[in-house]
Write a protein that binds this ligand. Structure first.
Ligand SMILES: NC(=O)c1ccc[n+]([C@@H]2O[C@H](COP(=O)([O-])OP(=O)(O)OC[C@H]3O[C@@H](n4cnc5c(N)ncnc54)[C@H](OP(=O)(O)O)[C@@H]3O)[C@@H](O)[C@H]2O)c1
Length: 325
């Protein structure tokens, strides 16, 4: 299957590297804001076509699917460009800056009957799939609490993507989306009946740190934290009535989990190593190809309604902390 990439930054490079692990995938075309960068990227990764304007990639012959890897504020425009030209899209997270954009993207996919999925790679990491299975099978009883953090100490640079408001900077949309997706994955619908959130802000007026709590019916809680001001433990805990699952760092693409079970006052522990190949991005790409081969218009693992729920949740947190883009 012939892949294209729009936006040739850090994640595009890692994704292109992992595509090489898939025998049925080929990087076919790349588009950049710089023709020179596109040419160099195409040479390095063996892509047959390269373009110095995003608009041109949609006319590339034999292109099967496009990976949108630009900063968040451009996801909507770049995705619409592909969908309106009949090209399936895997769009980086966060899918959109807000619900208005997300609804337009989903409507375009449905109207044009073209495949669209948010690149929530965590969902396809083998260890994460195993955790999902364990929770579903009741291995830790009834799940009642989720605790997850995601923090990196990023040096302050007002022009960098993480701090620049015009590029969608801030900890919530870049990092906090992961604890939010963890919670939505396991507690799902109905939506949290209450969301509490607090944030601190940078001089560029984006959230430096953001903490949020989701409260669900039947006494279930998710405690989440994201920051660009510190290296946090990058781990996650799922607490159930009969045990706990610990997702080792970095939990959002972990290769190791520890399952503990309570037996009266005794607790037993079991470590499981569940490695993945490459950097972990080939699994989402393989899933997209499988969907396309089966002529699906959306993924059953990351359906568009899940993405809309996630964007809506991030919108609610932003409203609570007063973050407006
Ligand atoms: N799934 C993951 O693990 C993961 C990890 C990191 C990032 N991401 C997501 O991927 C997206 C890109 O992140 P990144 O870290 O790869 O960013 P990055 O290194 O800054 O690259 C983004 C690329 O987008 C293009 N671009 C278009 N307009 C731009 C503008 N006005 N300013 C800056 N760049 C612009 C540029 O490429 P050209 O000039 O070549 O077009 C740039 O190299 C973000 O939405 C982020 O949340 C996901």
């Amino acid at each position: 299957m012939n892949w294209g990439i729009i936006g040739l930054g850090k994640i595009a490079r890692q994704f292109a590297d992992d595509l090489r692990l898939l025998p049925n995938a080929r990087l076919h075309a790349v588009a950049s804001t710089s023709l020179e960068r596109a040419g160099a990227f195409a040479t390095e990764f063996g892509a047959a076509h390269f373009f110095g304007r995003y608009e041109d990639i949609v006319h590339c012959p034999d292109l099967d699917v496009v990976y949108v890897a630009t900063p968040h504020p451009f996801h909507c425009e770049n995705t619409l460009l592909c969908l309106e030209n009949g090209l399936p899209v895997l769009c980086e997270k966060p899918f959109a800056m807000n619900m208005a954009e997300a609804r337009r993207m989903v409507a375009a996919a449905r109207r044009n009957r073209v495949f669209l999925m948010e690149a929530l790679w965590t969902k396809f990491i083998p260890a994460f799939e195993q955790v999902s299975q364990m929770v579903e099978n009741g291995e830790i009883g009834k799940l009642h609490t989720i605790k997850a953090d995601f923090g990196f100490k990023m040096p302050f640079d007002p022009d960098s993507r993480l701090y620049n408001k015009a590029l969608g900077g801030g900890s919530l949309l870049d990092l906090g989306i992961y604890p939010a997706l963890l919670s939505l994955s396991f507690f799902g619908k109905p939506e949290p009946e209450n969301i509490c959130a607090a944030a601190t802000f940078t001089a560029t007026d984006v959230d430096e740190s953001c903490a949020f709590i989701f409260q669900y019916p039947e006494g279930r809680l998710a405690l989440c934290h994201a920051t660009v001001a510190a290296n946090t433990s990058l781990s996650a805990h799922l607490y159930g009535t009969e045990g706990t699952i610990f997702l080792h760092p970095r939990w959002h693409h972990t290769q190791k989990i520890t399952v503990s079970r309570y037996d009266g006052r005794q607790e037993s522990f079991r470590d499981l190593d569940i490695p993945y190949i490459g950097r972990g991005y080939s699994y989402e790409a393989a899933h997209v190809m499988q969907c396309l081969e089966n002529e699906l218009l959306e993924s059953e693992t990351v359906p568009l309604d899940f993405t809309l729920d996630l964007v809506e949740t991030l919108d609610t947190i932003r409203e609570k902390i007063g973050l407006v883009y």
